[in-house]
Design a protein around this ligand. Sequence first.
Ligand code: NAD
Length: 476
Amino acid sequence: MTDKAFELVVFGGTGDLARRKILPALFKRFCAGQMPEPSRLIGAARSDMSSAEYRRFVSDAVAEFGGAVGKDELAQFLRQITYVPFDARGDAGWQELAEMLDPACIRAFYFSVGPGLFKDLAERLHAHGLVTEDSRIVVEKPFGHDLDTARALNRVLCSHFDERQIYRIDHYLGKETVQNLMAVRFGNMLFEPLWNSQYIDHIQITVAETVGIGGRGAYYEKAGAMRDMMQNHLMQLLCLIAMEPPAKFEPDAVRDEKLKVIRALDPVEPHHIVRGQYTQADGCAGFRDEVDNPRSKTESFIALKCHLSNWRWAGTPFYLRTGKRLKNRDSQITVVFKDTPHSIFGQDAGRHNNELTIQLQPNEGITLDVTIKKPGQGGMQLIDVPLDMSFAEALGPGADAPDAYERLIMDVIRGNQTLFMRNDEVEAAWAWTDPIIRGWEARGDVPKPYDAFTSGPDGALQLLRRDGREWRGIDG
Ligand code: NAD
């Protein structure tokens, strides 16, 4: 619960992200009593509309994406909403915005516009004197296109704001299960002693989507899965799974440990990377049609094997993959423990190992596979059964996990940066990614085509099979 009132200015307040995520998320926090008067949401965008028209826009967005909506609550929420048309690259609207803002409130400026405007917003916020001690900015992805552009953006933002005022958002970190990953690791004695290369065979991270790139062709053709997903979301998940216990659950303590993980990553061997591009399927255009480039060399799928050079993880491979138009929407982290050193039950009983699966979507939850005796006569046969912790079932109907954006927006208001990326983390992630991308460019690497709604190119399966392993998740 925050005591102090806030004003959340959403630059790009009429855009897709605002409509689908930010506005419904804030409405839910309003319903939870976390938007005390005189807190306000101020939508700011290029469209020339009135506040009344914007309230209708918000009302529609909440109705479409906000789940069950109480009429009275929505009406009250709308009373706390204003709109200002503005130009990020010109002078229009800035003076009006400055006059609107209440100096007594916390100010959060959400940059929900294309990354080409981040610099303009930072400069104009400063030039128009809108930045107070209690101001923060929220910066959406993509944070740069490579190390140089990320550094340049950091330089601009840091010249106008303190690092403590900059919230680089990665919505994967706001997912309840991702935070539970830290609770499971650092709140239980059970796992941490085993959390190293002595007991863990390997770790897999899969973020699979069934959707294609849709209307984002122009952006995606320049980005690809490496920049769009691997450099940020998957790297962040890798950090949380591999980091050392921070001394405290505090922003810099956590981020220091995450940074050490990224810095410990070895360069990836080219033959440990598989890139793919989906082809046309029934009723769905292929990737090259969607980006309108018949010779596109951009990947819509990537799988790679990487290693961390540190005491804890020496010798444990991490397999990461992400892609679009795959057969299921399925994001999970699987920690595969080693076999027992010796089976007392003999070869006929079968060999089994423990697996901890952290399911991020579609149904957030954690499962631990344990080995037990197969029930019935016929000697000792072993099977794996899941100890299942589906949050919805275990915690009851009142315990709906809040959407990641609800959590993250309120963290911004409360001034808690734990789940946001620091400048050095982002730069370290690019420093690891850049040479890989440059290698593809130098070699003229062309991604392998894969059939839409499959598990991606065959090479990704072989990446594990060569090591005697199999992917979990979308492959069953
Ligand atoms: P969008 O194109 O739907 O919306 C852009 C918004 O910016 C609109 O409100 C528009 O009026 C405003 N705008 C554009 N030019 C402007 C100008 N010169 N002055 C003032 N306002 C201007 O974009 P989006 O999909 O909502 O994405 C916004 C940001 O969020 C981007 O950085 C994107 O990469 C990021 N993002 C989006 C999603 C998503 O699901 N849409 C997911 C992750 C990150």
